[in-house]
Design a binder for this molecule. Structure first.
Ligand code: HEC
Length: 146
């Protein structure tokens, strides 16, 4: 090997390195896009789950909460709130009861407004959060408290 580091060698390292990482990036992107449909259990998006997502959006829940890490940091993570509050043993009832009893009015605690949701909307948003908790999110959030 020549002692001298030439411009051609530098260019080849640059081009080779760039090509390698572009290909790696493409491979990872294709991998993710192919893996997602198996992880989000989209076949379970029933009309009530879809309605719950609409309620979630119309009331801007994400303006205070995070959902699987995305959103605002004013209020708790809700991706796993269904599991955190009992799962099949009362998770839905907890979520509905919680939303109905807001604001708590407890001094020193952050407050959540009352959205005056109908029974159907409450049911739907609880179903949506149940569906969210069942996404294969590679164990995110890392602990049950979000
Ligand atoms: C203005 C901010 C704000 C908005 C908007 C908001 N929340 Fe909250 N939410 C909070 C706060 C603050 C808490 C925690 C209050 C406490 O612990 O006393 C909370 C707590 C909760 C909890 C209980 C979390 C737990 O760990 O037990 C649920 C469920 C919840 N919110 C659902 C919703 C849903 C559904 C929406 C949209 C319809 C929504 N929130 C919109 C502020 C908000």
């Amino acid at each position: 090997m020549k002692e001298k580091f030439t411009k051609t060698m530098a260019r080849n390292i640059f081009l080779g390195g760039s090509l390698f990482f572009i290909l790696l990036f493409l491979a990872l992107t294709v991998g993710t896009v192919r893996a997602l449909p198996q992880r989000d259990h989209r076949e379970n998006i029933t009309p009530i789950v879809a309605l719950g997502k609409r309620v979630w959006e119309d009331n801007n829940c994400i303006g205070c909460h995070t959902l699987l890490g995305e959103g605002a940091y004013f209020a708790p993570e809700l991706g796993n709130v269904y599991t955190r509050r009992g799962g099949a043993n009362g998770g839905k009832e907890f979520i509905k009861g919680w939303i109905q009893s807001m604001p708590s009015g407890v001094t020193g605690r952050r407050q959540m407004p009352n959205f005056k949701l109908s029974e159907q909307e409450l049911d739907a948003v609880a179903e949506f959060l149940k569906w969210t908790s069942e996404i294969n999110s590679a164990k995110w959030p890392p602990n049950i408290e979000g």
